[in-house]
Design a protein around this ligand. Structure first.
Ligand SMILES: [Fe+2]
Length: 156
């Protein structure tokens, strides 16, 4: 959420947009509350069946936000689309049509995971290395170049 707010202020978003994008960032992984702890907190690479379960969290999040909480639909899209990629290689739907909030969240979530999530099987990357990794995904058509550029500038 802090990274999203930094992005919003850098991009001079309106207060209405800042609230919408900020709330999307805060709630984007709420679906993980329904993923069993042994999968969520596994200190190892997940098996393919465990990863299948993990991949349910965007749809669960969308359901919690839209149906259970009745919050604005745009915020639910952020939760449902933050692991989608523009080349269709993401999940859960593999769609190439991703809302703006879903695209921004995708980049920020990726950066946050690469820089913060120290795992026994993977070291956390430096901010520069994380941006290089995401840049390679931009080159591969997975993320939007303009949004990525803005995110980079919002960090400095
Ligand atoms: Fe997620």
């Amino acid at each position: 959420m802090a990274l999203m707010l930094g992005f919003c202020f850098y991009s001079k978003k309106s207060l209405r947009e800042i609230k919408r994008l900020g709330l999307s960032a805060l709630l984007h992984d709420v679906g993980k509350t329904e993923i069993p702890d042994n999968i969520l907190k596994a200190a190892r690479k997940l098996s393919s069946s465990e990863f299948k379960v993990m991949k349910r969290h965007p749809k669960i999040g969308e359901f919690i936000i839209k149906v259970k909480s009745g919050i604005d639909g745009g915020i639910a899209r952020g939760a449902s689309e933050h692991h989608e990629k523009l080349d269709g290689s993401g999940y859960p739907r593999g769609t190439r049509e991703i809302s703006y909030v879903g695209q921004v969240l995708g980049i920020i979530d990726c950066y946050e995971a690469l820089t913060n999530e120290e795992r026994p099987y993977r070291k956390a990357k430096s901010p520069l290395d994380a941006l290089k990794t995401i840049k390679a995904d931009v080159e591969a058509g997975k993320f939007d170049r303009k949004i990525f550029k803005k995110f980079c500038y919002s960090l400095i």
